[in-house]
Design a binder for this molecule. Structure first.
Ligand code: ZN
Length: 222
């Protein structure tokens, strides 16, 4: 497994290492419902460690003997400047890029932990739990009301996200995160998954797209 470092789609490196990956649970109502979860009124945050990240183009290794591994396709955001107690107007200038991520989840383990009322951290944080695509530079993808992103598995459309359906949109989400802890250059934000999550199987071919700007093909190792 090659170590992860940030790159833009043109191949240039981003000059800060990955710090933390800050994620939000249930940011799309339809996804909360498909897992029989209540729709939250404030963002539910959790953090994946930097050791969870792997380049998305590299084949995805499923952890052995860990039960079902689910894909969750998410818009990712690369932070380019420090944000602490940010105001809304501070957020856009601090975004360096946009990409796609898979928030891989040990769903059986997560369900067991949730039943006990325990944190689900270990279901989300294993080595390889966060394949990350290269990033489109923020200046090359101006913020729009809606971006569409998708996942195909063996050619079949499984997830189609529209950022306008986020319960907490990008700017208020990052403002909220920065009220609770500092975001640093090199940190990555995962913005939640739309409905359609499911189990990964060995040998599957995955294709991910963001608008017409980012196309990634990868596979699950067999
Ligand atoms: Zn997720």
């Amino acid at each position: 497994m090659s170590p992860y470092s940030h790159h833009f789609t043109d191949g240039t490196a981003f000059p800060f290492p990955l710090g933390k990956i800050v994620c939000v649970g249930r940011n799309y109502a339809e996804h909360a419902r498909e897992l029989n979860n209540p729709v939250p009124t404030t963002p539910i945050l959790f953090i994946k460690p930097a050791t969870a990240a792997v380049p998305m183009e590299q084949s995805i290794e499923l952890p052995a003997g860990a039960g079902n591994v689910h894909y969750e396709t998410e818009l990712s955001i690369l932070i380019g400047a420090r944000l602490s107690h940010a105001r809304a107007e501070d957020v856009m200038p601090a975004i360096a890029g946009y990409g796609l991520a898979l928030d891989l989840t040990l769903r059986d383990l997560q369900s067991q932990l949730k039943e006990k009322g325990h944190p689900w951290e270990i279901a989300k944080s294993f080595d390889g739990a966060c394949p990350l695509s290269p990033f489109l530079r923020a200046e090359a993808l101006p913020m729009a009301d809606d971006w569409q992103f998708s996942l195909r598995v063996d050619g079949e459309l499984r997830q189609e996200g529209h950022t306008q359906e986020m319960l907490t949109p990008i700017i208020p989400l990052i403002v909220y995160m920065s009220q609770h802890f500092t975001l640093q250059p090199g940190d990555v934000i995962l913005t939640g998954t739309p409905k359609g999550v499911g189990k990964l199987e060995q040998g599957q071919q995955l294709e991910l797209e963001l608008e017409d700007r980012l196309h990634i093909a990868t596979r699950v190792a067999s």
